[in-house]
Design a protein around this ligand. Structure first.
Ligand code: NAD
Ligand code: IPM
Ligand code: MN
Length: 353
């Protein structure tokens, strides 16, 4: 029987609560193949003990796995720019996982803050650039702590980097019934990076005459997600723009606890893909057992799909939808009283049945 090797990186805060929940559902879905897990206890507690977020050879330890399932990184005890850059961003960048796929869909039975909108009205797929842009980490600080202090944070947009994410987004749009692509830009104010971005959208678009392209300034696009969500299908955006838009997407889904993501490199393998919730470690609710595990469960379904197990992935999604539609079991962020564990058990039972 085929065995997939999964590296588990629960991380910090509610990451440690939602990953075991997702594993319970994954185990219920594993039929005709086996999942073998190896946990890695890296994160802020590890940093406080060891002075680093992961061992020096951490990336090498992860490389042989078929996939990584990650919870969330970040805790108030460690500055975020250290914890995130030295672990999560390091994995994304070093493994060149240049696509971050983030579906935004309303699931049955879940109330959305959008009045009168139903599952059939909201079905977006965000394709976020995940390897450069505003997150390149190029810059520095000068005359630190003086009145003349200067901080510079450079955005880096390469033609190669822009082209590959935009091409991937066109491919996704082509495969979907509506075949629409919206590009998030801000070329009215950013005359170098975003003008290059727009040019590449036009150039690559010539190869996809079957896809309808629209370009929106990112501010107007944020508004459009609320006023005309049904007009959006695939949305492509830079690292920062799509980061911000997809938290808005999570809110439209009814809770940040629903938004899932896949970090992948569809062209070449420099390391395993990473599947994770969009949300963070939620220190405000950690340790209470009430975190919504849906994003981690959905990310697990995306992982199975990516591993080549679409039937098991679909079973997870349909189990999740059945439990939500029944309206009995849900966590407090969705107005319920269930714990993380109770919700995961309900989905796992449904997936098994
Ligand atoms: P957050 O996503 O952790 O939390 C924002 C709000 O959403 C909080 O009120 C939280 O309780 C709620 N929330 C998030 N996930 C939830 C869930 N599954 N169920 C119920 N409620 C949920 O964002 P933040 O507060 O800005 O960040 C907290 C920490 O997480 C910071 O250190 C940040 O840098 C980090 N972070 C990490 C990741 C990641 O690892 N991928 C992503 C985002 C933020
Ligand atoms: C996300 C997170 C990360 C990001 C942070 C924690 C670095 O917000 O995965 O959306 O901005 O990519
Ligand atoms: Mn984010």
């Amino acid at each position: 029987m085929k065995t997939y090797r999964i590296a588990l990186l629960p991380g910090d805060g509610i990451g440690k609560e939602v990953i075991p929940a997702a594993v319970q559902v994954l185990n219920a879905a594993a039929k005709g193949f086996t999942l073998s897990y190896e946990p890695f206890e890296w994160g802020c507690e590890y940093y406080l003990r060891q002075g680093r977020m992961m061992p020096e050879d951490g990336l090498e330890a992860l490389r042989p796995f078929d996939a990584i399932l990650l919870g969330a990184i970040g805790h108030p005890t460690v500055p975020d720019h250290i914890s995130l850059r030295d672990l999560l961003l390091k994995i994304r960048f070093e493994f060149d996982l240049y696509i971050n796929l983030r579906p935004v869909e309303i699931l049955p039975g879940v109330e959305t803050p959008l009045r009168d909108k139903r599952p059939e009205d909201v079905n977006m797929l965000f394709v976020r650039e995940n390897s450069e842009g505003e997150y390149s980490g190029v810059g520095g600080r000068f005359k630190r702590g003086t009145p003349d202090e200067v901080a510079i944070q450079q955005s880096v947009f390469t033609r190669k980097g822009v082209e590959r994410v935009i091409r991937y987004a066109f491919e996704q749009a082509r495969r979907r019934p509506r075949k629409r692509l919206a590009s998030a830009t801000k070329s009215n104010a950013m005359q170098y990076t975003m003008v290059l971005w727009d040019e590449v959208v036009r150039e690559v678009g010539c190869e996809y005459p079957d896809v309808t392209v629209a370009q929106y300034h990112v501010d107007a696009l944020a508004a459009r997600m609320i006023t005309h969500p049904e007009s959006l299908d695939v949305v492509v955006g830079s690292n920062l723009f799509a980061d911000i838009l997809t938290d808005l997407g999570g809110a439209l889904q009814g809770s940040l606890g629903l938004a899932a993501s896949a970090n992948i490199n569809p062209l070449e393998r420099r390391g395993p893909p990473v599947f994770e919730p969009v949300h963070g470690s939620a220190p405000d609710i950690e340790g209470r057992g009430i975190a919504n595990p849906i994003a981690a469960i959905w990310a697990s379904a995306m992982m199975l799909d990516n591993l080549g197990e679409p039937v098991a992935a679909a079973r997870i999604m349909s189990g999740l939808k059945t439990v939500l539609a029944a309206g009995q079991v849900r966590t407090p962020d969705l107005g319920g009283k269930s714990t993380t564990q109770e919700f995961a058990a309900a989905v796992a039972n449904q997936v098994k049945s």
